[in-house]
Design a protein around this ligand. Sequence first.
Ligand code: CMP
Length: 143
Amino acid sequence: MERTFLMVKPDGVQRNLIGEIVGRFEKKGFQLVGSKLMQITPELAAEHYGEHKERPFFGELVEFITSGPVFAMVWEGENVISVGRLMTGATNPKESAPGTIRGDFAVTVGKNIIHGSDSADSAVREIGLFFKEEELVSYTKDA
Ligand code: CMP
C-alpha cells in the first residue's frame, strides 16, 4: 500500500492545528502508520530540503523549520501521495483553494502549515529521513 510523509510545520503546531490536520486525513479514509512530535536539527533540515539548497529562501526555510517542534507523520492508503497533495493545497497559499489545508489556514508561502511528499521517490526518501522502520506499524482496519 502506498505511503507518504506529511509534516505539520512549526506554525501549524503553534496554532494548534495538529488535531485538525490529523482529523482531515482520518476522515478521508487514510491510515496513520507512524507519527512523532520532534525538533528538527539544522542538519536534518538541510538534508530534507536539499533540493532547495541554491534557492534564495533556503536559509529562511531552514531557520523556520527548526524554530519549534514539528509533527511528522506517515500515512498509508490508495493514492495517498497525490490525494494528500490535493488535500494540502498549492505551495503558495495565494493559490491554494479553499477547502485545502493551506487554502483554509495559511496566507504566506514561508509559513504554509504543512509539508507533503511530492512523488513516490520523495516519499521513500523523506520517510527514511524521519522514521526508522520499527517506528512504523502495519495494521488492518475493518472500517
Ligand atoms: P514545502 O512543501 O515544505 O517545500 C519547500 C518549502 O519552501 C515550501 O513548502 C515553502 O514553505 C518554502 N518556500 C517556497 N518558496 C518560498 C519563498 N519564496 N520564501 C520562503 N519559503 C518558500
